[in-house]
Ligand binder design. Structure first.
Ligand code: BDP
Length: 726
């Protein structure tokens, strides 16, 4: 190198040193969130030596693609976390070896005779055990997939700062089918997606397999997700044509080593649209033959295909009722076609008919309960957590517990269609946890929704949980840094529905931002109250479905008219001069009667209904006295404001973390929180301005009047808001 070149280099080095000295201490490297919770940044120095001593050597006794993926992940993880990669070996020979695999694949593991009997196909154990008199950590499973999950768990222990010296962990998933549902169209539009266009680059598949697909598979495997439905429930039949099956097969090939199966949404009328038949009647022999042949073709293309997800006779989608047949007829026809290949049908219970004038909240129960016991054994009925539609808060769906002979699968929404899109910070695990812990009481106290979903209440072996994905092509995958936590939490809860939302948040923050308690504690605290804040500033006290028409952005409690009453806001809040709320008690729609007697009694009585569900179940006078001593009107106004205040508090907390979180992510979260505060304020102001026209009561002392009149809020239009399904 020329002397001049050397001088320039030295100068640059010096400049870099000065710069470093000028910058504040702490993490200064920019991060864009692409690495999710698998960042593998160096652990704190005081812990590193101990960890290094327990990961000197790595033995992954498997040559399969899954074994290879496991080895690569451990090398990547340990190198990043500990600064040095462990030596790769075929047999443990040193102190501090990590031995990963199955007894079948490793004589060394077989000799230890680990008790794997209860761990099934996906479980694992992690134990500190001596091998040949030397310290070792064993990650053992019955299958390579189990070992992969164990490897991620082992890495998580280090990522979250846990000691490694006396490990004795046994884990097996409590549900069988743990899937994401992508609402992605073939043109890459994502219905209710707020993270850019679809991650699936259909046009360039199968030739181009974007490396992001591998990143996606790693992230999902790390939290135990074992399946993905690639296409929207409102699907085009094109998905089942040979061209698209080839593309899906290419994705399946990328996911397979990570234990992830591909599933597809099937359009019920596909036999007509792509099969040239005149009917899609599930009892028509030609239709049945068509589906059998289609299933055979799918399995020729994707040998480990998972099965079909179906939205039928819901919101205009075709279905068996078009031919006078039942949901069971439709589901069982598909089940029969898939059964020889081991595939399953996930038949959605999100239905409500156009003609039905009765309470929409009652319709799924009314349509499905009569068919309990008639579904084929490879059918799961997939039920949303609440009876309306992923609202910020809903009571648990009355179907849970009401179909004992049918395995019911939980459907949660990870994308935040009704909770502020990707801009609002709302940690959803408390919502999931609330639904899972709800007590259906169908078999006495303790008959929780979680026990329905994991099959333990009625003894079902086929069980599952689905999450409507929030993933798109944004660099940070989810459209915001904090929405990654909802993907993470969904996976953790699908694996174990009894986990605590706070513990999950703690793990995620440590893996995603920092293990420094000065970061972890305030961020976890902020996350834990964030969903309740959304409930407060959007739909307090059991209000629901008050958002903008179509796109669902922003407040619009005044929405009325249009094609269907149950697509309006006034249908749900029923505000009038006397009061507000939907009477679902015995004096109203009597939806409460769909719950087990003790629950029905609790929800149906104004004196005992929990306040968070008050206006869900009752039409309540404006002057009704609340537990706080306030009138209902004053309490409503108070709650709206409390939600806005919480967001202000989150902004203060987050501002205080500047310098403790890398600048790029810090800045985006700060900007989004500012948007959230504005929008929370907007929800509060617009809602109060509107409901005051009914309550005709003054605002309580100290509560600011909305800065605009109602006409202003009603005039706001958002024709290009993202994610609109129509
Ligand atoms: C609603 C969405 C709509 C979906 C529908 C569903 O607004 O876009 O298609 O649910 O779950 O939440 O089928």
């Amino acid at each position: 190198m020329h002397a001049a070149g050397r001088r320039i280099r030295r100068g640059l080095r010096l400049a870099a040193c000065w710069l470093a000295a000028l910058l504040p201490a702490g993490p200064v490297l920019a991060e864009d969130g692409h690495d999710l919770w698998l960042r593998y940044v160096p652990v704190q120095e005081e812990r590193a030596a101990d960890y290094r001593a327990r990961a000197t050597e790595l033995v992954v006794a498997s040559a399969t693609p899954t074994g290879q993926a496991t080895r690569e992940e451990l090398v990547r993880g340990l190198r990043g976390l500990l600064g040095t990669a462990p030596a790769l070996a075929a047999r443990a020979g040193r102190d501090g070896a990590v031995v990963v695999g199955t007894p079948a694949g490793s004589p060394q593991l077989a000799a230890l005779a680990p008790d794997l009997a209860a761990l099934g196909e996906e479980g694992y154990l992690i134990r500190s055990l001596p091998i040949g008199g030397r310290k070792a950590t064993v990650v053992a499973a019955n299958t390579d997939r189990g070992a992969l999950y164990g490897a991620f768990h082992f890495l998580r222990l280090i990522q979250t700062g846990q000691p490694l010296h006396a490990l004795d962990i046994r884990q097996a998933p409590k549900t069988k089918v743990r899937v994401l549902n992508h609402w992605d169209n073939l043109d890459r539009y994502v219905e209710r997606g707020y993270a850019g266009e679809s991650i699936w680059d259909w046009h360039r598949l199968p030739g181009w397999k974007d490396p992001r697909y591998t990143g996606y598979a790693r992230a999902n495997a790390s939290i135990g997700i074992n399946g993905t439905v690639l296409n929207n429930v409102n699907t085009s039949a094109q998905m089942l044509t040979p061209m698209y099956l080839e593309k899906a097969a290419a994705l399946a090939g990328v996911f397979r080593p990570y234990g992830i199966k591909v599933y597809l949404s099937a359009r019920f009328s596909a036999p007509i649209e792509i099969g040239g038949l005149k009917t899609a009647d599930p009892l028509d022999p030609a239709v049945r033959r068509w589906w059998k042949a289609k299933a055979d073709e799918v399995y020729r293309t994707i040998p480990d295909f998972g099965g079909f997800l179906v939205k039928a006779n819901s919101e205009g989608q075709p279905g068996p009722q078009d031919y006078g047949r039942s949901h069971a007829d439709g589901a069982n026809m598909l089940a029969e076609a898939l059964a020889p290949h081991g595939g399953i049908v996930m038949w959605r219970a999100f239905v409500y008919s156009h003609e039905e004038p009765d309470d929409r909240a009652k319709q799924a129960y009314t349509e499905f309960v009569p068919y309990d016991g008639t579904f084929a054994p490879n059918v799961l009925v997939q039920v949303k957590n609440g009876a309306i539609d992923f609202q910020p808060r809903e009571p648990f769906h009355p179907l849970f517990g009401a179909m004992p002979k049918t395995p019911l699968m939980m459907e949660f929404q990870i994308t935040k269609e009704y909770l502020g899109f990707a801009t609002h910070l709302a940690y959803l695990a408390p919502l999931y946890e609330e639904a899972l812990r709800a007590d259906t009481q169908v078999r006495g106290p303790g008959s929780t929704v979680a026990k329905v979903v994991d099959g333990s209440l009625e003894g079902h072996a086929l069980t599952g949980m689905a999450g409507v994905a929030n993933i798109g092509s944004d660099r940070n995958w989810s459209g915001s840094h904090f929405d990654q936590a909802n993907w993470f939490a969904f996976g953790r809860l699908a694996w174990d529905p009894y986990l605590e939302s706070e513990a999950i948040a703690r793990e995620w923050v440590k893996m995603t931002f920092s293990t420094d308690p000065a970061v972890v504690d305030p961020v976890v605290a902020m996350m834990m109250g964030s969903r309740e804040a959304v409930v407060d500033y959007m739909t307090p006290l059991g209000l629901h479905h008050l958002m903008g028409r179509g796109h669902h952005y922003g407040p619009a409690p005044w929405v009325s008219g249009g094609p269907r009453a149950d697509w309006t806001s006034v249908y749900y809040h029923r505000a009038d001069a006397k009061g507000i709320g939907f009477d679902r008690s015995a004096t109203g729609s009597n939806a409460v009667a769909q719950y087990a007697a003790p629950v029905a009694a609790q929800f149906g009585d104004l004196a005992t209904v929990p306040e968070e569900f008050l206006l869900w179940f009752h039409h309540v006078p404006w002057d009704h006295r609340m537990a706080s001593g306030r009138t209902l009107w004053d309490e409503l106004v108070h709650r709206y404001g409390r939600g806005v205040d919480y967001v202000r508090g989150m902004r203060t907390t987050w501002d205080g973390l500047a310098g403790k979180v890398d600048a790029e992510r810090h800045a985006q979260v700060a900007a989004f929180l500012a948007i959230q505060e504005q929008e929370a304020q907007w929800w509060r102001d617009a809602s109060i301005a509107y409901f005051q026209t009914f309550s005709k009561r003054p605002l309580p002392a100290g509560e600011a009047a909305p800065p605009h009149d109602l006409a202003y809020y009603q005039s706001l239009q958002f024709p290009f808001a993202p994610g609109d399904g129509k």
